[in-house]
Ligand binder design. Structure first.
Ligand SMILES: Cc1cc2nc3c(=O)[nH]c(=O)nc-3n(C[C@H](O)[C@H](O)[C@H](O)COP(=O)(O)OP(=O)(O)OC[C@H]3O[C@@H](n4cnc5c(N)ncnc54)[C@H](O)[C@@H]3O)c2cc1C
Length: 550
């Protein structure tokens, strides 16, 4: 976490920075403020400390000559999470965020050591919550969970204080005269107080999201920072394109919500979705990709005859983004049952995926599975190996209407799978996120069946995130997924939609394989197509409209 650079290594990286002098006690950075960048200490000592919500300072480390001060905030040019002060007169080589990214790419071995230290330091801050906002509210409260979830998914440190048990929480409530009904409150590192903020308000307060330059025209704008969008960002950024990624929630998309991805190449023991996606997110930043989270895209302007080389995106905060090309990677969300307390059980008892992990959870138990498509059938067959009984709940009259024959036959041959047609789930019972019983009703019967079941699997299809494309001229299939190349009648380029210069990849694409690896592969593939498109556009702007391509 705290490597010391040799004098010859410092000489090699001098070209990336500028030497600055600091008097004893001068601040190099302060919590909540954007600092000048990474500081390699040439002479003197710099003390790094974390500051808590009441202003107390706790030392973390003292950097001496050859050591460097910085963590991921210095890579991204975001507000600092720590205070750093000179402990005697200091000379430091200051490397600005864009020069730091250049260094990481140009100096592979040294770059790896620096990048590793930046990541480990962020992990350390995440473990202690240092430098992040403080949420004051009751654990288990929906808004507290929402804010905690947002910060956790975005790899940002945080602390939560319970006003019933924590004396500092009580002190904060008294200091700011907060009525219990106004909880949760959030205290940002810069000292601002927010009352039950939206994710965007919180992100703005802690410097996660910044205004987008309205005059800039990016080579490519990417909607969605799931595996498909991040893969595009990494390949496009590393190949010199200017890239902006927009996501309305968090990096990682659905994959970021996966407790353990077991089938991604190269991870034989599996990897949590958030860990895999955090690596991709940091990698994209290393290549200078701009990432705006949370920033929701609400619309894509129709093609403009006067500016055929541009796509213009509308944002929920009224900002606009211009780019020469667009990659739609907005993914899909698994359809959910409309049961009021479903969300309460989604962490531990309601599953949208049947991997070995879930199968292990259900070993020797009864499970319920809702769905009638092939994915439901495959999951039922798979779970039947582990579960003592699988109740397959089907809304329609006949499984064969929506499931392949071979699966229907296989299910019929399994003694521990019972298919209940014309059946709907009517209620879920349990405590603390753990399901204890499921209620369902069959056909017109008024009688509700209640069974003690702790795991519910939902395979009722996925809905594409394509509402924002309405009116844009991008063709969708009957279920709302984006049509590309072979599906559209007039396209020549792989992964291109019915609109020239607009591409679609990953789960949002009609006919795509809904897997992390497939999304990443399409992200890599689309960049080759983007190069070809942008090169053609450069030579001959007239070929850019879809009709002209034809
Ligand atoms: C719980 C779970 C576990 C899974 N486990 C596995 C597994 O083990 N192995 C495997 O291979 N696959 C797994 N999958 C499937 C895999 O996660 C998906 O196939 C993959 O994430 C698709 O990637 P994507 O980038 O295309 O879309 P997504 O991951 O859906 O990402 C799309 C992103 O776009 C953003 N977005 C949407 N609309 C907008 C908008 N208007 N403006 C801005 N941003 C927007 C969303 O916030 C999201 O972050 C799992 C899925 C789930 C839900």
């Amino acid at each position: 976490m705290f490597p010391v650079l040799e004098p010859f290594e410092i000489e090699r990286v001098r070209r990336f920075g500028k030497v600055r002098s600091y008097d004893d006690a001068a601040a190099l950075v302060k919590v909540g403020q954007v600092g000048p960048g990474l500081a390699i200490i040439l002479t003197g000592q710099v003390e790094v400390a974390r500051r808590d919500e009441l202003g107390h300072s706790t030392p973390i480390v003292t950097h001496g000559p050859g050591s460097f001060m910085g963590e991921l905030a210095q890579l991204a040019g975001r507000p600092a999470l720590i205070d750093a002060h000179a402990r005697e007169p200091v000379q430091a080589l200051i490397i600005s965020p864009d020069q730091l990214r250049a260094l990481l790419i140009a100096e592979a071995e040294l770059g790896e050591r620096i990048m590793r230290a930046l990541i480990l330091r962020r992990v350390g801050l995440l473990e202690t919550g240092a430098g992040g906002p403080v949420i004051v509210g009751h654990p288990g409260n929906g808004d507290v969970l929402r804010l905690e979830g947002f910060l956790r998914r975005n790899g940002h440190p945080r602390q939560t204080l319970d006003p019933d048990t924590d004396s500092e929480a009580k002190a904060l409530i008294e200091r700011f005269h907060i009525d219990p009904g106004q909880l949760p409150i959030v205290l940002c590192p810069g000292g601002q107080l927010l009352r039950n903020p939206s994710e965007r308000e919180l992100a703005r307060c802690i410097g996660l999201v910044r205004p987008i330059d309205p005059t800039r025209v990016y080579d490519v704008a990417i909607v969605g920072a799931g595996p498909a969008g991040l893969a595009t960002a990494v390949y496009a950024g590393s190949e010199g394109l200017s890239v902006l990624v927009l996501d309305c929630r968090a990096f990682g998309g659905q994959a970021g919500a996966s407790a353990r991805i077991e089938n991604y190449l190269g991870f034989p023991t599996g990897i949590t979705g958030i860990a895999l996606m955090a690596r991709a997110y940091n990698q994209a930043q290393k290549f200078g990709v701009e990432i705006a989270i949370p920033d929701e895209v609400t619309g894509l302007d129709a093609e403009d005859d006067l500016a055929p080389r541009r796509v213009v995106l509308r944002m929920s905060n009224n900002e606009r983004v211009s780019a020469r090309s667009l990659v739609i990677a907005s993914g899909a969300r698994y359809r959910r049952l409309s049961i009021p307390n479903l969300e309460a059980f989604e962490g531990a008892s309601v599953h949208y995926w049947a991997s070995p992990l879930e199968a292990k959870l259900c070993a020797g138990q009864e499970v319920a599975l809702v769905g009638a498509g092939n994915s439901a059938g495959q999951a039922a067959v798979y779970l039947a190996n582990q579960a003592v009984k699988v109740w397959l709940l089907v809304r329609g009259d006949d499984l064969a209407a929506s499931m392949s024959r071979y699966l229907v036959d296989r299910i019929r041959g399994l003694p521990n799978v019972e298919v209940l047609t014309r059946t709907s789930v009517t209620g879920l019972e349990g405590h603390d996120g753990m399901l204890e019983a499921i209620r369902w009703r069959r056909g017109a019967s008024r009688e509700e069946v209640r069974r003690p079941i702790q795991h519910l699997f939902l395979f009722i299809g996925a809905e594409p995130n394509t509402d924002w494309l309405s009116g844009s001229g991008v063709a969708l299939d009957a279920k709302g997924f984006v049509l590309t190349d072979a599906d559209t009648t007039n396209k020549l380029r792989p992964l291109e939609t019915s609109r020239g210069g607009v591409f679609a990849i990953g789960d949002v694409r009609s006919g795509s394989v809904k897997r992390v690896a497939a999304a990443v592969g399409e992200g890599a593939q689309v960049v080759a197509t983007l190069h070809a498109y942008l090169a053609t556009a450069e030579r001959n702007p007239a070929v850019l409209t879809s009709t002209a391509i034809r």
